[in-house]
Design a protein around this ligand. Structure first.
Ligand code: G3I
Length: 353
């Protein structure tokens, strides 16, 4: 035995009590937090969305801002247009701040969500009779104010969210109707002008986790933007999956590579896996595999920087409202108990140690 190892063991021997039995020592942590493990596996973060409606639940908040579990947070609603600018040129950051500020205090990264979307718009904007010039001003003013308020507080901004249909055509929104296809690049230019130069500017969408018409349309947009120096830094693959219909590890890797090939980074930005209720151990086992495989796909692709779950707690998930009869899509159940999906991600990440 090496002399140095012998010396290292000496204190242990002398610490043994008179009865000769060694003192019990704390067992090593079997399950370090997901962010700790994700970083060890090479990701920048493992994060979660946080919703304002549950900020009065202290147990929820303590888990949400537990940095070893979640190294990054995203407001799932608090930074959307209807809450940030409820009246024209009247800004209210209280809902976004309620998540971003504790995130900063806890040392968590922040992904900010979202400047331009067709959903959750205030009535004044949605019902306005806009000219192209007026709506351009409205867009710039919104991005200017929100980007300045959160200056340097966001690792990334989802600049434009869900602009394409599943078949790869442009979604019919107020933005497209009034501003034409140019609206996406306008939004990125405004974001680059007003956000910190360190902030990564993302296009974010769902249904692009396989190579299909939609992901190819997004990749073509990115290619064109990179070629023309339109400032885009990343593509967020939302990754809202369903037990029985989820893309495979290979599907996700292939899709991530579609975007990385165009020289932008990627992330899984809204991962969750819903199932048809009633729940069962079999469905939870499949759910666990989907969670672990999706996260693994990100770990195994060089420019996939991190994974964010679209909330970690079943009762706050968006799923039951949108897909009646479906639910239990998150990592923790209603009693805050970790589900097989949690352990599957944890075990998969630990395999990189
Ligand atoms: O505005 C009321 C509020 O006044 C009330 O206190 C609250 C209590 O129930 O309900 C509020 O509105 C809800 C809002 O979330 C805020 O909690 C809406 O009814 C509800 O429809 C809305 O759902 C959000 C959904 O976006 C809207 O489309 C989900 O929480 C949010 O998780 C979801 O997030 C989207 C991403 O932004 C983009 N990708 C898809 C993802 C899932 O739909």
């Amino acid at each position: 035995m090496k002399l140095s190892i012998l010396f290292a063991l000496l204190p242990l021997v002398s610490a043994a009590p008179a009865n000769g039995r060694p003192k019990p020592r704390p067992a090593p942590l079997k399950y370090p937090g997901l962010d700790v493990l994700a970083k060890r596996a090479g990701l920048l973060y493992f994060g979660t969305a946080i919703d304002n409606v549950v900020l009065n639940n202290t147990k929820y908040v303590s888990i949400a801002h537990n940095r070893s579990e979640f190294g990054q947070v995203t407001p799932s609603n608090g930074q959307k247009w209807m809450y940030i600018e409820p009246e024209r040129n009247v800004f209210n950051y209280s809902m976004g701040d309620a998540i971003v500020k504790p995130g900063i205090k806890a040392g968590q990264m922040r992904r900010c969500h979202t400047f331009v979307w067709h959903n959750q718009l205030p009535a004044w904007l949605e019902k306005g009779n806009w000219t192209k010039a007026e709506l351009t001003k409205v867009l710039e003013n919104h991005i200017k104010n929100e980007a300045r308020h959160y200056y340097d507080q966001c690792y990334a901004w989802d600049v434009v969210n869900e602009a394409f249909e599943d078949n790869g055509t442009w979604r019919d929104t107020i933005w497209l109707r009034v501003l034409g296809k140019e609206y996406i690049e306008l939004a990125f230019k405004f974001a680059r002008k007003y956000a910190s130069p360190r902030t990564r500017l993302y296009y974010n969408d769902y249904g692009i986790e396989r190579v299909n018409n939609k992901s190819l349309a997004v990749a073509a947009l990115v290619k064109d933007y990179v070629k023309r120096d339109i400032p885009i830094d990343g593509v967020g693959l939302q990754a809202h999956f369903t037990v029985g219909r989820a893309p495979t590890y290979e599907n996700i890797k292939a899709s991530l590579n579609l975007f990385i090939k165009e020289k932008v980074e990627t992330a899984l930005t809204e991962l969750d896996v819903r199932l048809a209720l009633p729940d069962s151990p079999e469905k939870q086992a499949i759910q666990a595999e989907i969670y672990a495989n999706s996260t693994k796909a990100c770990v195994d692709v060089s420019d996939c920087v991190g994974v964010t779950v679209w909330d970690f707690w079943d009762p706050v998930s968006w799923v039951p409202e949108t897909f009646p009869g479906n639910g239990n899509a998150c990592l923790l159940d209603a009693d805050f108990k970790r589900k097989p999906a949690y352990y599957a991600i944890s075990d998969m990440l630990r395999s990189y140690d």
